[in-house]
Design a protein around this ligand. Structure first.
Ligand code: PEP
Ligand code: MN
Length: 242
């Protein structure tokens, strides 16, 4: 998988990896739909302490088998510097979530690696602050960074976040970073994910990070915004890729 330039990438999968069954079932469907890479949370940062927090390290072995079987790169969020070493054998792209964009010691640790980092925008971050966060990674030597717009907090509570596609156009005009968009966490509901995805593609994004679940209504986290298999197929077929 090569990111940026002429390539448009689709990275899809569940908010959180809930079971081996879900993992392997998702792999089959992603392959059939010609999706480029898998996303799935191992440790989740949930707003409520009683919500499902992810399966944690117990899923790492299955994730290794998943990679061998499907040959899909894996994107997963690290929520603690200790995860870097733990996930290193199976996670190809370390995702920094919105809540950790300001975690500079963690960014510096990621900067010491050769592995790509997907840096999400914090929901309250200005573009300048987001770019400064990227520089914390670069300063340590890692220039392999994908920026990911996931919506910001605005005055309007109607959608989960306000997707700032202006930031994508700006970053494409002013910087050399590949820029992804996460329409799922911006929309908060699955019927809006495809329109936002097409808009992101049109504005020049290099890829999408999309929550997909074979049975979204049963998802342990973010089911309301997870697209189903039919939507996944439409997404893949409408966005031309090499
Ligand atoms: C996620 O991608 O599952 C996630 C938690 O996103 P964010 O950090 O943007 O809220
Ligand atoms: Mn989620």
């Amino acid at each position: 998988m090569s990111v940026g330039g002429e390539n448009f990438s689709l990275v899809c999968g569940p908010c959180s990896i809930e079971s081996d069954k879900l993992l392997f079932e998702t792999g089959e469907i992603l392959k059939t739909a010609r999706i480029d890479a898998f996303r799935g949370g191992i440790h989740k940062l949930r707003t409520q302490p009683d919500s499902f927090q992810g399966l944690g390290v117990q899923i790492l072995e299955s994730l290794g088998e998943f990679k061998k079987k499907f040959k899909l790169p894996v994107f997963s969020e690290i929520t603690d510097v200790r995860h870097i070493e733990m996930y290193a054998p199976v996670v190809d792209v370390f995702q920094v979530g919105s809540r950790n964009m300001y975690n500079y010691p963690m960014l510096a640790e990621l900067g010491k690696l050769k592995r790509p980092v997907l840096l999400k925008r914090a929901f309250s971050a200005t573009i300048k602050e987001w770019l400064s966060a990227a520089r914390y990674i670069e300063k340590e030597g890692n220039e392999n960074i994908i920026l990911c717009e996931r919506g910001i907090r605005s005055f309007d509570p109607e959608l989960r976040s306000t997707l700032d596609l202006g930031s994508v156009a700006f970053l494409k005009a002013e910087t050399d970073y590949p820029v992804f968009v996460d329409p799922s966490h911006a929309a908060g509901r699955r019927d809006l994910v495809l329109p936002l995805s097409f808009a992101a593609h049109a504005v020049g994004a290099d890829g999408l990070l999309v929550e997909y679940h074979p049975r979204p209504d049963e998802a342990a986290s973010d089911g309301a915004q997870s697209i189903d298999t039919n939507q996944l197929q439409i997404l893949s077929s409408r966005l031309s890729r090499r």
